[in-house]
Write a protein that binds this ligand. Structure first.
Ligand code: G6P
Ligand code: MG
Length: 214
């Protein structure tokens, strides 16, 4: 249930910017090095999933079994390529309505936090020039448990000083919607309703809410 929103907690990938295409390029390159193909539909399985878990899914797709040290070096290799790709990100890649929506809720005294599994989140916000819109940034370096565990959102609620029941999460991944509900927060799904059936409401993008606030 969505009640009064005193804080908005946003996921990054798929809500603020479409970085999935860059994750895809880097995972595909890694798969190619190991002699197998990795398709766009395989990539759907990695959305909202932590880096290490993503690698495990990739290895499963390729039918590979590797030791921990190899896993670590594969994850590092993938991340080096990913970081290289996102160096080219700029504000033109922010999804429609994001900046307008955040500025307008901020004017209404709503606190804003980032709640992302990505360890690259601060770099991405910086490249997009929107770090200043956030009162708190909780990324993959600050939490131990990945979504659907609620840790990332509960940590944001604590840092903002707003109780969970007054926070609303914006998420494009099912695991994120589950994490929001487990945290006792409302959840707005961004994407297709059929893929986000547990969300309290689903919209295509934040641009749809900008129109409502005018
Ligand atoms: C987000 C993305 C995932 C990504 C994860 C970790 O949840 O949706 O695709 O694997 O962050 O990102 P990182 O930048 O730390 O590898
Ligand atoms: Mg996401």
């Amino acid at each position: 249930m969505i009640r009064k929103m005193r804080a908005a907690i946003l996921d990054l990938d798929g809500v603020i910017v479409d970085t999935a295409k860059y994750h895809y390029l880097a995972w595909k390159r890694l798969a190619k090095e190991f002699g197998f193909d990795f398709t766009e539909s395989d990539n759907e399985r990695l959305k909202g999933v932590s880096r290490l878990r993503s690698l495990e899914i990739l290895l499963e797709i390729g039918g590979l079994d590797v030791d921990e040290i190899t896993k670590q070096s594969m994850a590092t290799r993938k991340n080096d390529w990913y970081v290289e790709y996102i160096q080219r990100l700029d504000a033109s890649e922010i999804l429609p309505g994001v900046v307008e929506y955040l500025k307008s809720i901020r004017r209404r005294n709503v606190k804003i936090a980032l709640g992302s599994a990505s360890k690259n989140a601060p770099l991405i916000l910086e490249r997009l020039h929107i770090s200043c819109l956030f009162d708190s940034i909780i990324d993959g370096t600050k939490v131990r448990q990945a979504k659907p565990d609620p840790e990332v959102f509960l940590r944001a609620s604590t840092e903002l000083g707003i109780p969970p029941e007054d926070c609303v999460v914006f998420e494009d991944a099912e695991a994120g919607i589950e994490a929001a509900h487990r945290a006792g927060m409302g959840a707005v799904g961004i994407g297709r309703p059929c893929a986000l059936q547990d969300a309290d409401m689903v919209i295509e993008g934040l641009y749809q809410l900008v129109a409502l606030l005018k």
